[in-house]
Every structure is written in C-alpha cells, then in structure tokens.
Design a protein around this ligand. Structure first.
Ligand SMILES: Cc1cc2nc3c(=O)[nH]c(=O)nc-3n(C[C@H](O)[C@H](O)[C@H](O)COP(=O)(O)OP(=O)(O)OC[C@H]3O[C@@H](n4cnc5c(N)ncnc54)[C@H](O)[C@@H]3O)c2cc1C
Ligand SMILES: NC(=O)c1ccc[n+]([C@@H]2O[C@H](COP(=O)([O-])OP(=O)(O)OC[C@H]3O[C@@H](n4cnc5c(N)ncnc54)[C@H](OP(=O)(O)O)[C@@H]3O)[C@@H](O)[C@H]2O)c1
Length: 240
C-alpha cells in the first residue's frame, strides 16, 4: 500500500457526531462516487478505513464526510483532527458506485442513509448526471433533521430532493423509512416521478440493512440488480 501524506485544512462539525474533513494531499485520480482509504497511526499501528470522496475529481482539496461511531477505532479520532494535523491517504481510489457503470435511464435516483450521501454529493458536483438523465432525485434518510447536511450545495441544482427524518417530526421531511415509502408510493408521490424499471436507475448507499430492504422493495416493482454483463436498475454500496 502506497500512502500519501495529507494535511487537514478544515474540520467542520455539523452536529456532535457529524463532521466534514477537508484535506490537502497530492492529486488523486478517481471517478465521482469512489472511495479511498484514509488512516492515522494509533499506538504504533496504521488504522485505515474507506471513505467516499465528497469533492468532485478536479477539486484540489479532498473532502470526506464522517460520523463518530463511539466505539470505533478511527472515526472518533478523525473527528478530533484540527487544521494543520496530519493523516494518510491511500494512493489507490476504488469503487463501482460510479455513473460510468450506470446504464442510461430517464431518472437517476440517488438514495442514501446517513453518511451514505457522501459519494452522491461528489457525483452531483460533476456534469455527468445533468448531461445524462432527464431527472435526478436525491433521497436522504437520517435520524434527526440536523443530519440533513450539504443542502447548501444542492440549492442551485435542478435536483428533486426528498428527505426522511425517522426519529423526530420535521416539517418538509417524510417520516419512517425508505423501503416502506417505496412500497406504499409515498416516495414516488414526494418526488413526483415514477420508480419503475422502464424509466429508473437507483443507486443506493449507506446502511446495509437499508440497502437490503430497499432492494427487496424495488425487486417487487420488477427492477433488478445491475451487473456489467446483465444490465439492471439497482447499484449498491454498503458502508459496513
Ligand atoms: C466503501 C466504503 C465507503 C465508506 N465511506 C464512508 C464515508 O464516506 N463516511 C463515513 O462516515 N463512513 C464511511 N465508511 C465507513 C468507514 O470506513 C468506517 O467504518 C467508519 O468511519 C467507522 O470507522 P471506525 O474505525 O470508527 O469503526 P468501524 O470499526 O469501522 O465500524 C464499527 C461499526 O460502526 C458502524 N458504522 C461504520 N460506518 C458507519 C457509518 N458511516 N455510519 C453509521 N454507522 C457506521 C457499523 O455498525 C460498524 O460495524 C465507508 C465504508 C466503506 C466500506
Ligand atoms: N445519528 C446520530 O444521532 C448519532 C449520534 C452519535 C453516534 N451515532 C452513531 O452512528 C451510528 C448510526 O449512524 P446514522 O444515524 O447515520 O445511521 P443509521 O442508523 O443507518 O440511520 C440513518 C437512517 O437510516 C434508517 N435506517 C436504518 N435501518 C434501515 C433499514 N433497514 N431500512 C431503511 N432505513 C433504515 C434510520 O431509520 P431508523 O431511525 O428507523 O433506524 C435512519 O433514518 C450508530 O452506530 C451510532 O453509534 C449516531
């Protein structure tokens, strides 16, 4: 593994648990939607975890969006980093949650829980979604309204934005979970668009249980997992 030295230029805290790290490092080649391993040396050992890029590829500063998993070895330490602190960034970005792997469709649905929004922010900051799809929908499900991050980035985009807040009542957001809203039609009604195999491709990212449950609800609608050799309508990336 080849490690690059990175320097923190900003660590924005959105809530007690959520943070966005901006990092200066040597330029990396990646496609929007990919991830890279970032690491700290902890008690003599290099501890690395994959993080999705939030910045678009051409941007000179790398950006990562994270949550503190209280018992986790790396995330609480990343959250404590301050400008000027060092970390390591692997030299080999990877991942298949990218538009070059997605077939043409009328509507692109980007569906995330929690920090799973990170790769979609990067994708939305590129030209490809706007060039390739007539409609682009971003669905973000979080526990609390304060976790609906990056909305300032979306405000000038021609984006259909649907949010879910599951653990409090939040005006303007749907309640409950994404799979139930796929099944009962609330998600389509909120977006004003059909979620059907003829018109949609869905990219899912975040909590593995959400990926499983949402994919099951989409399969019931006649959609199927996308594979290079057997094109379909559902692309997934699990964060754990
Ligand atoms: C391809 C890929 C991309 C990823 N991109 C991101 C990213 O952009 N931002 C990010 O915060 N994390 C991301 N992760 C998760 C990240 O790699 C770490 O697992 C996370 O930062 C926690 O690290 P840790 O060492 O503190 O705990 P770990 O030992 O890695 O995780 C402990 C437990 O915490 C929970 N957990 C892990 N990650 C999350 C999360 N993101 N949200 C809620 N619960 C979680 C799971 O239950 C996991 O078993 C990604 C993971 C993968 C596989
Ligand atoms: N979010 C916080 O306030 C907070 C604060 C400190 C630490 N943490 C740590 O972060 C982790 C959780 O992070 P998170 O809140 O970003 O992620 P999360 O638990 O994945 O929750 C994000 C959203 O996904 C929903 N969801 C969960 N399982 C689902 C499923 N099977 N199908 C569809 N939707 C599903 C949740 O709904 P439900 O609410 O219905 O589950 C919630 O709306 C925990 O390990 C916790 O220790 C979180």
């Amino acid at each position: 593994m080849n490690w690059l030295a990175g320097k923190v230029v900003e660590n924005r805290h959105w809530t007690d648990a959520l943070f966005s790290l901006r990092v200066e490092a040597a330029r990396l080649n990646f496609e929007a939607g990919q991830f890279v391993r970032i690491a700290l040396d902890i008690e003599g050992e290099r501890v690395a975890r994959p993080f999705s890029f939030v910045n678009p590829p051409q941007h000179p500063v790398l950006e990562f969006y994270g949550i503190i998993v209280p018992q986790g070895p790396l995330s609480p330490r990343l959250a404590r980093l301050a400008p000027g602190d060092s970390l390591y960034v692997a030299s080999n970005p990877a991942g298949f949650l990218v538009l070059s792997e997605v077939p043409d469709a009328e509507t692109l649905w980007l569906v995330a829980t929690g920090t799973g929004i990170a790769p979609f922010v990067s994708i939305l900051r590129t030209e490809a979604p706007w060039r390739r799809f007539r409609n682009v929908v971003l669905v973000h499900a979080v526990r609390h309204a304060a976790e609906l991050v990056y909305r300032d980035v979306f405000k000038d985009m021609n984006l259909t934005y649907v949010s879910f807040v599951s653990r409090e009542v939040a005006p303007g957001s749907l309640t409950g979970r994404i799979p139930a809203a796929v099944r009962d039609g609330r998600l389509e009604a909120a977006a004003g668009l059909k979620l059907a195999p003829e018109t949609a491709h869905v990219m899912l990212c975040g909590n593995p249980e959400m990926l499983k449950d949402t994919a099951a609800a989409l399969l019931e609608r006649g959609m199927r997992k996308h594979r290079r050799r057997n094109p379909g309508h559902i692309t997934v990336e699990s964060f754990w």
